[in-house]
Design a protein around this ligand. Structure first.
Ligand code: T4K
Length: 400
């Protein structure tokens, strides 16, 4: 019987630069005596991001939710926006705060992104945009969505909260569609403690978003629109700058973890692991979702989620319940039965994945899942289906 972990293993942990490295940056902020309002560290961070994304068309915010809210407001969207119910609730909340009606349509079964056929079927005279989500960092069906948006003269927006560092055909995922929002929350593989970024194709939006995040100030004496306060501060910017320098290492470490999960879990009946995105995608390994078929695995998703906690493993049911099932959205009628989204939400479990997760611990998590699935934990006597520890013993975990 596998042993529980001594310390909790969470679904994620933030990457942290060394305290030494961060203290040096703080010293600079202390000597600047400048903490927010477009300070020098923020300007440097923005410059680095322009270089990273190969565009000047971006704008930083204090979190991803406000970035998205401001995007919708700046673009003056109204009426209905077609979106996915299989996401973090902030996607729909940003619409709601702009008095826009979210129209939920179904997702495709392999990578859980919006199903383009369902999007097209949901378009009405009131539709103004599509808001798709690169959930878990898996790219949406970019070309099909772009074709639909063009044919119906709709704006195409992406919630790319999970997709930092993803490229498709060598281009950043943020360069697809009219606009993308990235979240830099501490739970993301790239973060600035809290933070958000908009990247857009129309260069005129930059000035507009800069106004909207800073009360609409043109100068000390002039306010040109009713903006809000959504500015990133210097300490957030410092964290972002430093984490950016480690991005390659963070992604490659996650790739190693992903590979171990994939090789060990694929042998367990009743678990479905989404395939890796196609070869033209540089993936960021933001999450490691699996689907549990209760009958074949021998335990429901909820039972596995609870049983893992007894071993001190805190996997998460991202994204269950569906956004459309929350009380604030339940009354919205939808013609789409959302059959795939409902099934996936009942079966999905996201396993721990983060750079400081020791590789032998990934093996142990797989061992525990195999043990729970074998029925032995209930006293049932089924033959062992795998011996995870015998498979690819993992090299020592090097922290970068
Ligand atoms: N769109 C999408 C698709 C999103 O996923 C999100 C955010 C947004 C929009 C909005 O972006 P932001 O406004 O947040 O920038 C977390 C995050 O708070 C949220 O940012 C994220 N999505 C969502 C998927 O996950 P919770 O409520 O699950 O987080 P929490 O506090 O339970 O943290 C999860 C685990 O992470 C903990 O069990 C332990 C670990 N953790 C967390 C924090 C904050 C740490 O080890 N250290 C930490 O500092 O929402």
């Amino acid at each position: 019987m596998p042993k529980p972990f001594q310390k909790p293993i969470y679904v994620t942990r933030p990457f942290l630069p060394s305290l030494d490295e961060f203290s040096k940056g703080l010293q600079e902020i202390w000597s600047n005596e400048w903490l927010t309002n477009n300070g020098p560290v923020l300007q440097r961070f923005q410059k680095e991001l322009c270089h990273f994304f190969e565009t000047e068309n971006l704008c930083l915010f204090n979190n991803g939710t406000l970035a998205l809210q401001i995007a919708l407001q700046g673009l003056r969207l109204s009426g209905e926006v077609i979106t996915t119910p299989f996401t973090f609730v902030a996607t729909s909340h940003a619409l709601y705060w702009n008095k826009i009606r979210p129209v939920f349509v179904d997702i495709e079964p392999e990578h859980y992104t919006l199903d383009p056929a369902k999007v097209e079927a949901a378009i009405t005279p009131w539709t103004t945009a599509i808001l798709a989500v690169h959930v878990y960092g898996y790219p949406c069906r970019l070309q099909e969505l772009a074709d639909i948006a063009r044919r119906h003269k709709l704006l195409l927006l992406y919630d790319a909260a999970h997709a930092f560092g993803v490229t498709v055909d060598g281009r950043s995922i943020g360069s697809y569609g009219d606009l993308s929002m990235f979240s830099f929350h501490a739970t993301k593989l790239f973060h600035s403690i809290e933070g958000g970024l908009l990247m857009f194709s129309n260069p005129n939006l930059k000035k507009l978003f800069d106004y909207l995040k800073n009360f609409g100030f043109e100068n000390e004496l002039e306010v040109v629109m009713a903006g809000t306060n959504a500015k990133m501060n210097e300490i957030q910017a410092l964290m972002g700058l430093q984490v950016l320098g480690h991005l390659e290492g963070i992604v490659s470490r996650r790739q190693q973890i992903d590979a171990i999960y994939r090789s060990l879990l694929k042998q367990i009946p009743g678990l479905k692991i989404p395939s890796l995105p196609a070869d033209n995608v540089h993936y960021n390994h933001a999450y490691f979702p699996i689907e549990i078929d209760a009958q074949a695995f021998g335990m429901s998703r909820d039972a596995l989620h609870a049983a893992l906690q007894k071993y001190n493993v805190f996997a998460r049911r991202y994204f269950y319940p569906l956004v459309s099932d929350f009380s604030c959205y339940r009354s919205l009628s939808s013609n789409d039965p959302l059959a795939t989204a409902k099934r996936v939400a009942r079966r999905i479990l996201t396993l721990p994945i983060y750079d400081s997760l020791a590789l032998p611990d990934v093996n142990r998590i797989c061992d525990i899942i195999a043990y729970l699935g074998s029925g032995k934990s209930n006293g049932a006597s089924t033959a062992p289906r795998m011996r995870a520890t015998e498979l690819s013993p993992v090299a020592s975990a090097k922290r970068f």
